[in-house]
Design a protein around this ligand. Structure first.
Ligand code: NDP
Length: 331
């Protein structure tokens, strides 16, 4: 028996409890993993609160990511004792996830825990940080360099934004951090932000084009915030868009694309190829000062996950929330 957060739905009523599950309850899969660390992501908060229809079948164990140790495997790439990481693939949405002592998944979804990174560090980074890395890679693929100009990061005090700010600053970029929380200015500067922008500045009705300000952008917000970012890109700039914290819509025009050659690069972490994941984690190891990850981490016990989830939706979470499930496995 192990403990897991379990979401049940009867008729239209959703309930979430922490309860015992056995290995026999776990879904099909060719690798059984003892979870060392999991995390609480924005999407997990949507699942646990039921604020958005993220969960596709019930009962469901949320947790879109975990790092742990293989307990049993019939997959050719993994053997007992291997340290592994999982992000996405519908885990925590369609397949039981990481907010559990154990997870049984397809070995095709796992990647090896990179050398030089602990399970805890992997999960402080988590899906949010790995997505931030994918965004930075997208900017690089579109030719954005520190010489191109300043990069704007929206939702900077959140998970994706905090890691994006750290990554970009470490690479020598000037980072303009957009936040709705003025109280987080010192935190953002400590991560490497060179300037702080009040979210209000990007929340007004977007114009087709505004003054050219940024060479690149990492956007977690969507909606009017993303539209204002796009309108303010420099000629040839690139926006890596990965989130919808402000909304799913995008009230923009074609003007920035056809008059300034702006690129809107969509970033998805869930179905990204294994090769892309491994490349992203390699870069996270080489680019981030992993010893500084504690600056963005808050530990949360598994039993406190359910009551903490709503804080994501009210924008109260700073950085990343890491859940030590079996931390002694992280030796
Ligand atoms: P967090 O909750 O940690 O951070 C989101 C941040 O967005 C908040 O901290 C806040 O930052 C800002 N924010 C909140 N509300 C608004 C608003 N109305 N307008 C503008 N900004 C707002 O979440 P994550 O960083 O983990 O995820 C961010 C987004 O990225 C989510 O939409 C998530 O679903 C998405 N995502 C997408 C992935 C993909 O594969 N495409 C993978 C991972 C995440 P501040 O207080 O600093 O303003």
């Amino acid at each position: 028996m192990t403990q897991a957060v379990v979401i049940d739905k009867t008729e239209d009523q959703q309930t979430v409890t922490l309860r015992d599950v056995s290995a026999a309850d776990l879904p099909e899969g060719d690798v059984l993993v003892d979870v060392a660390y999991s995390t609480l992501n924005y999407k997990d908060a949507l699942a646990i609160t039921g604020a958005s229809p993220v969960v596709r079948s019930f009962p469901m164990v949320p947790g879109i990511d975990f790092a742990g140790v293989v307990r049993d495997s019939s997959h050719a790439d993994f053997k007992v004792g291997d340290k592994v990481i999982l992000n996405g693939w519908g885990v925590g949405e369609k397949h039981w996830g990481g907010l559990s002592g154990q997870a049984r998944v397809s070995g095709d979804w796992l990647i090896p825990q990179p050398a030089g990174m602990t399970a805890r560090q992997a999960m402080v980074i988590g899906t949010a940080g790995y997505t931030a890395m994918l965004c930075v890679l997208a900017l690089e693929e579109h030719g954005v360099t520190p010489d191109s100009g300043e990069i704007v990061v929206t939702g900077a005090a959140g998970g994706v934004g905090s890691v994006a700010t750290m990554l970009l600053a470490a690479k020598g970029f000037q980072v303009a951090a957009v936040t709705g929380r003025a109280s987080e200015a010192d935190y953002l500067k400590s991560l490497g932000a060179s300037s702080i922008i009040d979210r209000e500045e990007l929340s007004g009705k977007p114009r087709p084009l505004a003054k050219e300000r940024w060479a690149g952008a990492v956007d977690v917000a969507g909606s009017v915030v993303l539209a204002n970012v796009i309108a303010s890109m420099k000629y040839g700039g690139c926006v890596a868009a990965c989130g919808l914290a402000a909304g799913m819509d995008l009230p923009t025009s074609v003007a920035p694309f056809i008059l300034r050659g702006v690129t809107l690069a969509g970033v998805d972490s869930v179905m990204a190829s294994k090769a892309k994941r491994i490349a992203a984690y390699d870069r996270l190891v080489s680019d981030l000062d992993l010893s500084k990850l504690d600056a963005i981490a808050t530990e949360l016990a598994l039993e406190d996950v359910i009551e903490t989830a709503p804080k994501f939706l009210s924008g109260e979470v700073r950085g990343r929330i890491v859940v030590p499930v079996n931390p002694s496995l992280d030796a």
